[in-house]
Ligand binder design. Structure first.
Ligand code: 3PG
Length: 305
């Protein structure tokens, strides 16, 4: 019998856990649930007997992987797997998967929701602006960005994109691809970031990109705080007092924003892009099915390491 552990500091909606449990039960697997754990110690103990683990943004570092003596597969129920030490997993022959696309609509709806919130002056009652006819620049064109595009079009926005890897997909739906990231930031009223916290993207939103933003524009980040060079963003926001920054999770330099850029930002209290029951069900069920597929059929379709 396989032991599957769900380790989620930020628990799935209960409908998602019920559905995951049914899938695993049908396969004859045992499910252990570790939710809202407070320290790493609890996680280290819980992983000891697991053959498979399902996580969200939970940190699966070298210590966790070493403690999980029987582990064969970790599935990140979601898109970004920057929380998992893939190099150590590979060394230990542990498969790492994500569940691409499964929570992307939820994140896209949040990106648009935050944009409206920012444009409407944080619902303060001050006169704000509308989405219609504004130019939205998509920084990246993965699953989330494609959903943002679909929704933005319905609002009557003009959408442009900068992508290096999905140019064909963007052009196929008539989306204007800018020649450079600088051009995207220059031409947009709102920029929505959709790149992973990996490799060349880390701190890639730097001054040479940000200085192109129009005064009065909005930068929306539902990706990761790590893709922003925070010092450069603060500098740019001081130079152009109309720029707002809306982020799904607080930056490391949150205190500077609070002291020096008051009224020009929104930071969610915890990452909530994928915090819908639909997203939890989609990603959680996909994770469970991928684990069963892996053990029963050797299916490694969504392997990322
Ligand atoms: C993702 O990478 O899929 C999202 O950031 C969601 O993360 P979460 O599962 O921690 O909400």
């Amino acid at each position: 019998m396989k032991n599957v552990l769900i380790a989620t500091q930020k628990p799935f909606a209960s409908e998602a856990t019920t559905k995951i449990s049914k899938i695993l039960k049908k396969a004859g697997y045992k499910l252990d649930l570790l939710e809202k754990y407070s320290g790493k110690g609890e996680l280290l103990q819980a992983v000891a007997g697991a053959d498979a683990i399902i996580v969200r943004s939970d940190i699966v570092d070298s210590e966790v992987l070493q403690a999980a003596k029987n582990l064969k597969i970790v599935v990140r129920a979601g898109a970004g797997y920057d929380n998992i030490n893939c190099a150590i997993a590979t060394e230990k022959d542990i498969v790492v998967m994500n569940t691409p696309g499964q929570n992307s609509n939820a994140v896209a709806e949040l990106a648009i929701g935050m944009t409206i919130y920012g444009l409407r002056e944080f619902f303060s009652g001050k006169p704000g602006g509308e989405l219609r006819k504004r130019t939205l620049g998509l920084h990246g064109f993965g699953y989330v960005a494609r959903n943002v595009f679909r929704i933005a079009r319905a609002f009557g926005m003009k959408v442009i994109v900068y992508t290096r890897y999905s140019k064909g997909a963007a052009a196929a739906i008539g989306l204007k691809v800018t020649d450079s990231l600088e051009e995207l930031y220059k031409k947009s009223d709102i920029v929505s970031i959709h790149v992973p916290a990996r490799g060349e993207h880390i701190k890639s939103v730097s001054y040479e990109i940000l200085e192109n933003l129009k005064d009065g524009s909005i930068l929306v980040n539902t990706a990761r705080k790590e893709v922003i060079n925070e010092e450069d963003l603060i500098k740019t926001m001081k130079e152009k007092p109309g720029i707002k920054y809306l982020s799904d999770i607080a930056p490391d330099k949150k205190e500077i924003f609070e002291k020096e850029l008051e009224g020009r930002f929104y930071f969610s209290p915890k990452k909530l892009g994928a915090q819908t029951s639909e997203a939890n069900i989609n990603a959680g069920v996909a994770a469970a099915e991928q684990i069963v597929g892996f053990f029963e059929n050797g299916d490694v379709t969504f392997k990322v390491n």
